[in-house]
Each structure stands twice: as C-alpha cells, then as structure tokens.
Design a binder for this molecule. Structure first.
Ligand code: SF4
Length: 86
C-alpha cells in the first residue's frame, strides 16, 4: 500500500481543495438541505483542525466524513465519544 492510499480500496484518501469543493457543490444540489451559517461552519472547522481524530486535514477518523462538507450541514454532529466537540 502506497502512502496516502485507503486500506480498504487502494484509492487515495488525500483530497485537494478543488476535489472537496466539487463534492461540496454536489452536496448543495440536494434539495431541502439546511446549511450551517458561515460563522458556525468556520467555528466547527477550527475545532476539527485541532482534533486528534482529523486525518490528512480533511477526514474525521471516527465517522469517515470529510469535515469540510459535514461541517456545512446544519444538522450534522461531531461523533466524538460522549462529548461531541460541535
Ligand atoms: S471527532 Fe469531531 S472534532 Fe474531531 S475531526 Fe471528527 S468531527 Fe471534527
């Protein structure tokens, strides 16, 4: 397994900002999705950046989500055990 590849599928797990933006755009196309405010989004990402469970600067090790996408969803919650960080 090369460095940066996923153990399960051998695809890369490192995403560029452009790839994240593309996924983000696809997420926003879904109707009736309630989004977090920009202030709340920034607050969440700042918390994730300091978290020991953030891998590659993009992926939460606990839920496997891209935090740059998940944090934008108003109803999403941090999966940190017993005490979600946001
Ligand atoms: S556990 Fe919570 S704070 Fe940590 S990376 Fe995952 S979503 Fe972010």
């Amino acid at each position: 397994m090369k460095n940066g590849e996923c153990k399960g599928c051998s695809a890369t797990v490192r995403l560029s900002q452009e790839e994240i933006d593309e996924i983000f755009g696809q997420t926003l196309k879904v109707k009736n999705i309630k989004l977090a405010t920009q202030e709340e989004y920034n607050r969440r990402l700042e918390i994730c950046k300091k978290c020991q469970y953030l891998d590659y600067g993009t992926t939460c090790r606990l839920c496997g989500c891209l935090v740059q996408v998940k944090a934008k969803l108003a109803g999403a919650r941090c999966p940190y055990p017993y005490q979600p960080k946001w």
